[in-house]
Design a protein around this ligand. Structure first.
Ligand code: ZN
Length: 508
């Protein structure tokens, strides 16, 4: 009992303190000193809290008034009825421009994303030294995707779901608005700005007093094997590499995206991502140069906020400059990448190896190097593949599937005359349904086999052809074993020995 009381006396204040401010002043001063720069975005005009929706809108309206070539529109409404703004900057006339898409505020508790993008807008429109960029680029910005979450400093949308796990199942109204706008725009470069949690629960168990992630910025690009290799490499070698140089020059620590995961009681690290449920891979599958930027910030309040906002700004600006300097090259790569006809990869596994990760020891306030087991998704291997189909055939009765495919920007053409085609049907050989909900659904884990058939089709059928910009996204949502497919998410309910309600088109 005495020991228990002793523990309580010492642990409780520590716990309470760490709740309020998990980062000591000493660590902030030594590793993340704030910057002494002028930033005039609304978040810096108040002592506590961050930019709210109203402040953002008046900042944007003021910024764009009398600006030529800048338009404000609304892509839809948040669940609580607030219009979601989209700003398009398309200024100087030039025949061949690169179309760029920036978004921020998918997670409402990651303020440096939105604030950094507002700062970028301010600089692009008010600082003459950046105006040359618009000779060769066009930029669309959605600065606050999850308005309801943002207003409450909460990660989730107001129906409790995570917008960045919803890119293929599309169960959140804001996701649908965002995807519609994204699909209509047809971006060639996309960046999604976030912040990450430096003090993770897992980290408390490492060292005497736990560790913290040390990187100011982590950058993610897709390791998904349905994203053509030429596109993955170009994204890393040209865009991410340039951003790394900029961060280096500005004395900011950076790393490729890593995250800790519990593997049967021990902590492993995962590097990269290849999941199409999240923006980075979902966008890369639309034949776009796609990245996600994570700034060190969730859970540390307004600590080093200028540093964090400036980090967002620097990476964003670097992407614009890289685009400006590589216009012809980008166009060429995207043409080549769109022509890739790789087999469809349904399942893949990361490369697992012993590695080392630099982090911050909270007991000693020192930088340390940890030996870790690393699951590297930038170097994944295919585990289950299926021949790439010529297209998919979907009957008009599958309204939900057709509607979601359209939102994903996939073009469906209707069949004009009755005929027979060589097709393959899917037969479900096994189906396990999960007992617990994940992000609002009961997941299904299926194995299927395909059987070649002759299918009669008529005007009640739609064809999705695989020679379109977003074709690789079709593989992710229609191949049933793919982890983020409509079948995996239970949007198409199935069971053992049934056929799926759509078909693979084998030949023209
Ligand atoms: Zn996030």
């Amino acid at each position: 009992m005495r020991q228990f009381t002793f523990i309580l006396i010492f642990i409780l204040p520590l716990a309470a303190f760490s709740q309020l401010n998990p980062q000591s002043k000493k660590i902030t001063k030594k590793f993340f000193p704030d910057l002494d720069i002028e930033i005039n975005t609304p978040g810096f005009s108040k002592k506590k809290g961050f930019t709210n929706y109203k402040m953002m809108m008046s900042f944007i309206n003021k910024l764009i008034e009398k600006e030529e070539g800048v338009t404000l529109s609304f892509i839809g409404e948040s669940q609580k009825g607030k219009p979601i703004p989209m700003i398009k900057i398309s200024k100087n006339s030039y025949k061949e421009k690169i179309k760029i898409w920036f978004q921020a505020g998918m997670h409402g508790n990651e303020p440096a994303g939105t604030e950094g993008i507002l700062y970028l807008m301010d600089q692009l429109l008010n600082n003459d030294k950046y105006s040359y960029l618009f000779d060769r680029i066009e930029l669309v910005i959605v600065p606050m995707v999850n308005i309801d979450g943002y207003e409450k400093n909460n990660r989730y949308a107001s129906n409790g779901l995570d917008l960045n796990r919803d890119h293929t199942k599309l169960m959140i109204p804001e996701s649908n608005s965002l995807k519609n706008a994204f699909s209509n725009y047809g971006a060639e470069i996309t960046v999604d700005f976030h912040e990450y949690t430096p003090f993770r629960k897992d980290f408390a168990k490492i060292g005497d007093f736990g560790i913290s992630n040390i990187y100011d910025v982590m950058i993610l690009y897709s390791g998904n094997l349905n994203v053509p290799k030429i596109l993955r490499n170009f994204t890393n070698d040209i865009f991410v590499e340039k951003a790394r140089e900029v961060l280096e020059k500005n004395d900011l620590r950076y790393h490729d995206y890593i995250v800790s995961r519990n593997h049967q009681g021990s902590i492993h690290f995962h590097q990269g991502s290849n999941s199409s449920r999240s923006s980075c891979t979902a966008y890369a599958l639309t034949n776009s140069i796609s990245s996600l930027v994570e700034v060190r910030g969730v859970g540390i309040g307004k600590t080093s906020f200028k540093r964090r906002v400036n980090s967002t700004f620097l990476v964003a600006l670097s992407y614009l400059e890289t685009a400006y300097n590589n216009v012809e090259n980008i166009k060429q790569i995207l043409i080549k990448s769109k022509k890739s006809k790789n087999d469809a990869v349904l399942k893949s596994a990361p490369n697992i190896s012993n590695s080392q990760i630099t982090c911050l020891d909270l007991g000693t306030s020192q930088e340390i190097v940890l030996d870790v087991i690393l699951h590297d998704k930038f170097n994944a291997k295919a585990e289950l593949i299926r021949e790439r189909p010529h297209g998919y055939l979907i009957h008009q009765d599958n309204k939900l599937v057709l509607e979601k495919l359209k939102i994903l920007g996939l073009t469906l053409s209707s069949v004009t005359s009755s005929r027979t085609v060589k097709a393959a049907k899917y037969i479900v050989d096994s189906c396990e349904r999960s007992q617990m909900k994940y992000e609002g659904v009961f997941m299904q884990n299926v194995q299927t086999s395909t059987e070649n058939i002759v299918l009669e089709i008529d005007k009640f059928w739609y064809v999705l052809k695989m020679d379109q910009k977003n074709a690789n996204l079709a593989i992710e949502v229609l191949e049933p074993e793919a982890p983020n497919s409509f079948v995996s998410y239970g949007l198409i309910k199935t069971e053992k020995n049934s056929d799926l309600p759509y078909f693979r088109l084998l030949k023209k």
